[in-house]
Design a protein around this ligand. Structure first.
Ligand code: CP
Length: 305
C-alpha cells in the first residue's frame, strides 16, 4: 500500500493544497461515492472531539468504508499503560488508515514513524491540526474567491491554538498579511513569527481587539482560550474572557469579511453574531466533511476523478 501520512500542513506543497481544494469542491458536489469499499479506517481519539471525529467518520461512511476505534482513550488499553507505539503497531495490523488525535505535540509524527499504514493527524497538543487547516482554506477560498493577498486577523489564544499555527503556515503560500490579537500571555509563539519573517510575510501584533483591526480584515479567525493546555488555572481565569466578539463590533467591517472559528466556542463569539451573514463558522465546520474526504483519498492514493 502507498503510505503517505498527513502529520503537518507542511507535508503538502502549494500545488497539493490547491489540488485538495479542487477535490473538496468535487466532494461537496457529490459526497456519496463508494471509493472506500472494503477499507477499514481507525479513529483513535486520545482527546475529546465533536467535529473532527464525527466529520471524519461521516466522510468514511459516505465513501463506503468502515470505521473502528475509540473516542475515549479510557476505554482502550492505553488506560492499562500500553504505550502509544504498541497501540499504533496493533491497530495498524487491522486497518488501512489511522486518524489520530493526541494531547502530546509530536505524537502524530511518532505514530507515522512506527505505523505500517498512513496516519492523519487530527490534532497533536498545541502543535498542528492540518485537516482543520484544509477546511479553513476551503472556507476562505469559497467565501473570498481567492486565497491570495488576504488580511487575516487571528484573535485569542495564539499560543496554544494549533489551528492558527497550521493555518499561518499554509497561508504562507498565498501572500497574506496577518494581524495577531492576543494578550501577552497568549501571544503567537516566536517560532511562528520567525517563520513569517523567513517567508517575508508582514504581521502586526495587537493587545486591543479594536474596531480598527476588525474593519481592515477579510477573515476574522476567532479562537477559544484552551483551558486544557494551561498548567496554571489561575492564569486561565485571568485571560479566558479577554476578547468577546459582539455583533455591533462588525458594523464597519468589510462587505467580504467572514468570521471563522474552528469551534467549539466558549464565550469568545456572542450568540448575537450567529445571525449576521458574515458569521461563517457553522458552514466552515460543514466544509470539514468535504475537505476530509479529499484528504482521506489523497493519503490512500485513491483518485476519485
Ligand atoms: N475544530 C475542532 O477540532 O473541533 P473538535 O475539537 O470538536 O474536533
Amino acid at each position: 500500500m502507498r503510505k503517505e501520512s498527513l502529520v503537518s500542513i507542511n507535508d503538502f506543497s502549494k500545488e497539493e493544497i490547491i489540488e485538495l481544494l479542487e477535490k473538496a469542491k468535487s466532494f461537496e458536489e457529490n459526497p456519496n461515492r463508494r471509493v472506500l469499499e472494503g477499507k477499514v479506517i481507525a479513529t483513535l481519539f486520545f482527546e475529546p472531539s465533536t467535529r473532527t471525529r464525527l466529520s471524519f467518520e461521516t466522510a468514511v461512511n459516505r465513501l463506503g468504508g468502515r470505521i473502528i476505534g475509540f473516542s475515549d482513550a479510557a476505554t482502550s488499553s492505553s488506560s492499562k499503560g500500553e504505550s502509544l507505539k504498541d497501540t499504533i503497531m496493533m491497530v495498524s495490523n487491522y486497518v488501512d488508515l489511522i486518524i489520530m488525535r493526541h494531547y502530546l505535540e509530536g505524537a502524530a509524527r511518532y505514530a507515522s514513524e512506527v505505523s505500517s499504514v498512513p496516519i492523519i493527524n487530527a490534532g497533536d497538543g498545541a502543535n498542528q491540526h492540518p485537516s482543520q487547516t484544509m477546511l479553513d482554506l476551503y472556507s476562505i477560498y469559497k467565501t473570498q474567491g481567492t486565497l491570495e493577498n488576504l488580511n487575516i486577523t487571528m484573535v485569542g489564544d495564539l499560543k496554544y491554538g494549533r489551528t492558527v499555527h497550521s493555518l499561518l503556515q499554509a497561508m504562507s503560500h498565498f501572500h497574506p498579511t496577518f494581524h495577531f490579537v492576543a494578550p501577552d500571555e497568549l501571544k503567537m509563539p516566536q517560532e511562528y513569527k520567525i517563520f513569517c519573517d523567513e517567508h517575508n510575510i508582514p504581521y502586526y501584533e495587537h493587545r486591543d481587539f479594536s474596531e480598527e483591526v476588525i474593519n481592515q480584515a477579510d477573515i476574522l479567525y476567532m479562537t477559544r482560550v484552551q483551558r486544557e493546555r494551561f498548567t496554571d488555572l489561575m492564569e486561565y481565569e485571568r485571560v479566558k474572557n479577554v476578547y468577546i466578539l459582539h455583533n455591533s463590533m462588525l458594523a464597519g467591517s468589510k462587505p467580504n469579511l467572514r468570521v471563522l472559528h474552528p469551534l467549539p466556542r466558549v464565550n469568545e463569539i456572542a450568540y448575537d453574531v450567529d445571525d449576521n451573514p458574515k458569521a461563517y463558522y457553522f458552514q466552515q465546520a460543514k466544509n470539514g466533511l468535504y475537505a476530509r474526504q479529499a484528504i482521506i483519498c489523497k493519503v490512500l492514493g485513491i483518485d476519485v476523478d
